[in-house]
Design a protein around this ligand. Structure first.
Ligand SMILES: Cc1cc2nc3c(=O)[nH]c(=O)nc-3n(C[C@H](O)[C@H](O)[C@H](O)COP(=O)(O)O)c2cc1C
Length: 344
């Protein structure tokens, strides 16, 4: 067992465990990786404004989402095909999230079925939905989620067609099978849903009684439409820079989105989170919860469930220390005045 100091140490350890193909699939993104890089680098353009002389011996990082309490605002974003990174697929990740009392979201394209994943933990994770142009398949996936007592659906809206991930060509065959109702998910385009529009929401509401979040909101305009359509929450995300390239980083758009939402529904965010300070800045700019994708998969590949727990612990420890250093004793006390955009 290794003593990792930070996410970068765990990333290095995962590289040693994975085949070059699997590692490339994990760290890769669209085109020349400019959005992927921007997600990480943009955090440097926001600086923290600390408050002093506050008793910070105790800090409370708990949050509540849809009536459920979590120990931390950190959550595990949906990552597909975890069987590429660990023989037990998604099971170690979901167990690690449960052990740390944090939220996790299972992808549509999991290596283990959603039922198997739910059987491994007391409370089912949220289910991330990829639609196909065939509503019967979508209904089958949602029925499976409902049957497993899942209460919240995350509809991913940034994949009308696959992104241009040049390093992934040739990997996405064979072992990229999901055990969910979708059957074999092709990366060649056939199973992606270019027909998905806002109409989906009324169809969903007519047929299902579960919370619905939209994952992939990147503008104030779409945040306003999300409110008009009365979704239960949104996730500011650009798919970790794996879809459109050259869009903004998620942290840059958070403020405009959060102004539009104005506290009406929860805003989650993911993309480029690698440090506790990144989480702190996202919370200050209006996020309710902050997702990680690649970082927990580094942990999964390096050491299975223990590795995912180490990733959560590292980020949680960093967040708590940053809250103490910045003088915020609970998540609700972190506010807009705790950050400022860099002016030089
Ligand atoms: C290997 C990999 C697989 C992913 N699979 C999915 C998926 O199945 N569904 C989805 O909505 N997002 C998927 N994502 C995107 C993540 O949910 C998340 O938006 C992104 O990883 C956040 O950026 P980060 O990796 O910099 O933390 C995937 C990301 C990666 C790296």
């Amino acid at each position: 067992m290794n003593n990792f100091r930070n996410i970068w140490d765990i990333k290095n350890a995962s590289k040693e465990k994975l085949t070059q193909h699997a590692f490339d699939y994990l760290v890769g993104g669209a085109d020349d990786l400019r959005t992927f890089n921007r997600n990480i680098e943009a955090f440097q353009h926001f600086q923290i404004r600390p408050r002093r002389l506050i008793d910070v011996r105790e800090v409370d990082t708990s949050i509540e989402l849809f009536g459920k309490k979590y120990a931390s605002p950190i959550y595990l974003s949906p990552v597909g095909f975890q069987g590429l990174f660990h023989p037990d697929g998604e099971i170690p990740s979901v167990k690690a999230a449960a052990a740390k009392s944090i939220l996790s979201v299972a992808s549509t394209v999991t290596s283990k079925s959603f039922s198997e994943i739910c059987a491994a933990v007391d409370t089912p994770p949220w289910f991330q939905l990829y639609t196909t142009s065939d509503r019967i398949i979508t209904a089958r996936l949602l029925d499976q989620a409902q049957k497993n007592n899942c209460k919240t659906i995350v509809l991913t809206i940034d994949v009308p067609v696959p992104g241009n991930r040049e390093k992934h060509i040739g990997i996405l065959t064979g072992n990229m099978r999901t055990e969910n109702a979708l059957g074999n998910f092709k990366d060649g385009g056939a199973d992606f849903d270019a027909t998905l529009t806002w109409d989906f929401i009324s169809w969903f509401r007519k047929n299902y009684d579960m919370n619905l979040l939209l994952k992939g909101i990147m503008t104030a305009e779409d945040a306003a439409l999300a409110l008009d359509h009365e979704v239960d929450g949104i996730i500011v995300s650009n798919h970790g820079g794996r879809q459109l390239e050259s869009d903004l980083s998620t942290i840059e758009v958070l403020e405009e989105v959060s102004k539009t939402i104005n506290g009406a529904i929860p805003i989650l965010i993911d993309g480029g989170i690698r440090r506790g300070t990144d989480i702190f800045k996202a919370l200050a700019l209006g996020a309710t919860a902050v997702g990680i994708g690649r970082p927990y998969i580094y942990g999964l590949a390096a050491e299975g469930q223990v590795g995912v727990e180490k990733v959560i612990d590292i980020l949680q420890t960093e967040l708590m220390r940053n809250m103490q250093l910045a003088g915020a004793t609970s998540i609700s006390k972190i506010n807009k005045k705790h950050v400022r955009e860099k002016r030089f």
